[in-house]
Design a protein around this ligand. Sequence first.
Ligand code: FES
Length: 220
Amino acid sequence: MKKPVDLSAAYQPKEFSFRDEAKVSEIISRYPAGKQRSAIMPLLDLAQRQVAEDGAVATPPYGGWIPLAAMDKIAAIVDVPPVKVYEVATFYSMYNLEPVGKYLVQMCTTTPCMLCGSGDVVKTCESQLGIHAGETTRDGMFTLMEVECLGACVNAPMVQINDDYYEDLTPESMKQILSDLQEGRDVLVGSQNGRNASMALSGTTTLVDQADKLGIKKAV
Ligand code: FES
């Protein structure tokens, strides 16, 4: 469950404005006249990404989150009472309403991931970063979050870090991913065991002719 927004927290900026006003107009133009409120969700996402861009070059770094001032700005832009924006932002878990680390590690612990070893993946994240779910490392680099199913159960266990999925995890591969991020190295996104998309580990089992034509090989 999401934490309530802390309206008086010191980290809340007094003001917020969108840098890319053309993008704001383009988002609003996607919807019919009089239905600007439909733009609330993409505008929240745009605000969160703008904050993440700023955070990526800040010292210490931070990730994308949505200040109260940004929600108020969006309410003014789409001409609705601010509470209409708060209702959306507080409902969806993809909107962060307080500062997070540069890398937001969302660890799925729902049943398929749990049965495939997410408990060990969580323990690895916690021991490697020295924090627990809901906490941020002191250097501002990582926030750990436990989440419900992220829709990649076929490749369980998995985590989402910012916009990317990391799948078929083991404690060893999870440790490698975190080490690579800590050291600024390139990371392998997606399946960590060579699986092609969500294909069976034994290789193609259906539409074999088409797979051959497309040059899709067996995963292992
Ligand atoms: S249970 Fe983890 S992705 Fe669905």
